[in-house]
Design a protein around this ligand. Structure first.
Ligand code: SF4
Ligand code: SF4
Length: 74
């Protein structure tokens, strides 16, 4: 079983909204609040369901997303 862990740099995020559209698990969502740039930022709303596919990291124009993949039952 491979699980993922997604880390989003909220200050780097420009709120473009692309990553929520490509996440197969639908666990990314733009925040209600804004970052210091004044834009909503992407957040992971259910980390336990991340598969580590990295589609989100691949599509992000700002390189704001890092994905780790972990083997095991975790
Ligand atoms: S790595 Fe895949 S499953 Fe995890 S948040 Fe990104 S797009 Fe969604
Ligand atoms: S794709 Fe990148 S810049 Fe766009 S909302 Fe997601 S994290 Fe933010």
């Amino acid at each position: 079983l491979v699980k993922g862990r997604v880390i989003i740099d909220s200050e780097r995020c420009k709120g473009c909204g692309l990553c929520p559209t490509v996440c197969p698990q639908k666990i990314l969502s733009l925040s209600e609040t804004t970052n210091s740039q004044g834009v909503p930022y992407s957040t992971c709303i259910d980390a336990s369901r991340c598969t580590g596919c990295a589609f989100c990291a691949t599509i992000c124009p700002e390189c704001a997303i890092t994905v780790f993949r972990m083997e095991g039952n975790g």
